[in-house]
Design a protein around this ligand. Structure first.
Ligand code: NI
Length: 136
């Protein structure tokens, strides 16, 4: 079994908040990321797929194809956007890194399966010091 990881980057604005709470209550839960005036991060997305290499080609998935799927399904919907307001797969969700990683998983799982690759891990790095990983 081979694991293949592709890294992409995007810059996006967000605000972590619940509409049923006051700004002060949101601040207590989400800290600076609940700023009502929005803010952004330079995110790093790492997607790992796994599969058995084809003896003919020596790989199970072309890394360029993985890149193209990540860009089309995820990165283009987030880069230089406000993910709360503009990213369809984040609609109605609190824009935590956890929810983002899970939403990205469900965007990628099927198109990758159609390419013969099994999604293994979606890793979203919000800062150099914080990241989450989702394994489905
Ligand atoms: Ni933030």
């Amino acid at each position: 079994m081979i694991y293949l990881t592709r890294r992409e980057r995007f810059s996006a604005a967000h605000r972590m908040f619940r509409t049923d709470l006051t700004d002060e209550e949101n601040l207590n839960i989400y800290g600076k990321c609940s700023n009502p005036m929005w803010h952004g991060h330079n995110y790093v997305l790492k997607v790992t797929v796994r599969g058995e290499p084809d003896p003919e080609t020596g790989y199970f998935m072309n890394a360029t194809r993985l890149k193209d799927i990540m860009l089309e399904r995820v990165v283009e919907k987030l880069d230089h956007k406000n993910m709360n307001l503009e990213t369809d797969f984040m609609a109605g969700k609190v824009a935590t890194t956890e929810n983002l990683a899970m939403a990205i998983w469900y965007e990628l799982e099927l198109p990758l399966a159609e390419e013969g690759a099994t999604l293994h891990c979606v890793r979203v790095e919000e800062t150099e010091n914080n990241y989450v990983e989702y394994y489905g």
